[in-house]
Design a protein around this ligand. Structure first.
Ligand code: ZN
Length: 97
């Protein structure tokens, strides 16, 4: 029986990144930039891990409501877009920050 840990924040990012990107003009939205944006949000948002087992997964909400998490994540995406869109980091060598 295989079980894995998954971060619910990551699910929320992929659920909402599209609608957030639509609000911006003249920014790069290639896969690399999307991943950079997602990574930035994940690094700045407290993770909410849940276990998945045989494809079945269920995130158990704690006292913080789901709507609050969505609000945090969409705000985080906006902040991440500001950082990533300002200095797109595609095709460049890692570790040259
Ligand atoms: Zn890009």
């Amino acid at each position: 029986m295989k079980s894995k840990l998954h971060n619910y924040i990551e699910d929320l990012i992929w659920e909402h990144i599209e609608e957030e990107l639509k609000l911006w003009k003249d920014i790069c939205i290639c896969d690399q930039c999307r991943l950079n944006i997602a990574a930035h949000v994940l690094n700045h948002t407290k993770p909410r891990y849940y276990a998945t087992q045989n494809g079945y997964s269920h995130y158990v909400h704690d006292s913080q409501s789901g709507e609050q998490l969505v609000a945090d994540v969409t705000l985080g995406i906006t902040a991440a877009i500001r950082v990533v869109a300002k200095s797109p980091n595609h095709d460049s060598t890692l570790g040259s920050e």
